[in-house]
Design a protein around this ligand. Structure first.
Ligand code: TMP
Length: 386
């Protein structure tokens, strides 16, 4: 049985940063989350049509932080050592990962045409399409089967996992490896980081749920790496051959000991989410009453969920700074907070408090803003002033 356990209310598209004259036509949907008691998969109850989210105007750049650029260069270096003859990336975005490979051996799949153009211009054969079995067959007819399929923060965006994994199984060589990484459900539960939930994240994965779904598609998890990025992620090494090292058993036993397969776990989480909202609003009210000037840092897709669920707009935040050119000069989705370029000399000295919308880069941001004399606010793992 599939059970709804969390309702985050009416939400806009998380990455739909708006020109002022587009505010009237903004799209909203009901953001609800459900738990499948058979597979233990946690998913959105209502999926937004993919063509509305992944458009030619998509704004999220994988190369937007040094942390991610280094992260992709590290895994690419490890893959290159194995000398793959052909590698495919699903969801290649602005090429942060694929640019580490020679053009002759790498193929990109990217549904957002603005990004597909970037990797195409760099000389990578890029399919500007959504991943599915018919695309896998089209790619095979030109490139043959591939040694490695890589996907970062992409598989969790696709509602139909059986179709996704069937397509992977089809295109992967029998001895090939499918490597993919996505935010970890366990980390979200630990951190009460409910902002991982937004339109693009059709699922938040546990390794246990993925094992159930991969195996029914004849794919097996051989190894798991825990990653710090995106607030805690899992990288899975998957193949057509069963057999795994301790990392998989350790991960799954840990998840099961924390009752990741029980509905009660999610009901407790839902209560913590409400508590987090109440505490954040209370803190912002206190700071505002003390005449503090508060801004947001990082106009992230995650922060769209927070701002809309907690009703945080210009009532609390003067503006949000973000380094992404395509977000600057626009209004944040739903709550319409102005997004501006960061000051070249660091955060404006008149600012007292900065809410970390990009809390997953706290170390990078605190290091960059070492001259900021005010205080950062975060909601992970609980609402507090840092
Ligand atoms: P993400 O959490 O989905 O990776 O998005 C990070 C966003 O935060 C992206 O829009 C870039 C922005 N950002 C800044 O504005 N300044 C920074 O120092 C960092 C690390 C990210």
């Amino acid at each position: 049985m599939v059970v709804n356990f969390l309702n985050l209310g009416k939400q806009p598209l998380a990455n739909n940063f708006l020109e002022i004259d587009k505010v009237k036509d903004e799209f909203f949907y009901d953001l609800e989350v459900c738990f499948d008691e058979d597979t233990s998969l946690v998913s959105l109850t209502n999926n937004v049509q993919k063509e509305l989210m992944f458009t030619e105007g998509y704004v999220y750049h994988s190369s937007g932080s040094k942390t991610m650029v280094n992260h992709f260069s590290d895994i690419a270096t490890k893959i290159i050592k194995k000398e793959p003859k052909k590698i495919l990336e699903i969801g290649s975005n602005d090429g942060a990962f694929i640019k580490n490979f020679k053009q002759e051996i790498a193929v990109a799949v990217e549904p957002c045409s603005n990004f597909a153009k970037i990797t195409q211009d760099f000389g990578y054969d890029t399919y500007n399409k959504f991943w599915n079995t018919s695309l896998a067959s089209e790619i095979e007819s030109k490139h043959g089967k591939v040694d490695v399929i890589f996907a970062a923060n992409c598989i969790c965006h696709i509602p139909d996992l059986d179709e996704t994994f069937r397509a992977v199984h089809y295109l992967l060589k029998d001895e090939g490896t499918f490597i993919f990484e996505d935010p970890s459900l366990l980390s979200m539960l630990f951190n009460t980081s409910y902002d991982q939930i937004y339109d693009e994240h059709a699922h938040i994965f546990s390794v246990y749920a993925l094992k159930n779904i991969l195996e029914r598609n004849n794919l097996f998890i051989n190894r798991v790496e825990k990653l710090k990025v995106h607030g805690g992620s899992n990288r899975l090494f998957v193949s057509k051959s069963p057999g795994c090292d301790n990392s998989v058993d350790d991960c799954i036993s840990n998840e099961l000991s924390l009752r990741i397969n029980k509905l009660e776990t999610y009901l407790v989480f839902a209560n913590k989410v409400e508590e987090s909202k109440n505490n954040l609003v209370k803190l912002l009210v206190e700071l505002k009453n003390a005449n503090h000037k508060i801004i947001g840092y990082g106009a992230t897709s995650k922060s769209t969920t927070i701002y809309n669920y907690c009703r945080i707009g210009t009532n609390f935040l003067h503006y949000i700074t973000d380094t992404t050119l395509d977000k600057q000069g626009k209004l944040s989705p739903g709550m319409h907070i102005p997004v501006v370029a960061p000051n070249k000399d660091g955060i404006d000295t008149k600012v007292d408090n900065v809410f970390l919308g990009a809390w997953n880069y706290t170390d990078e941001i605190v290091a960059k803003e070492k001259y900021f004399s005010g205080k950062f606010i975060t909601h992970v793992p609980y609402v507090r002033i840092i």
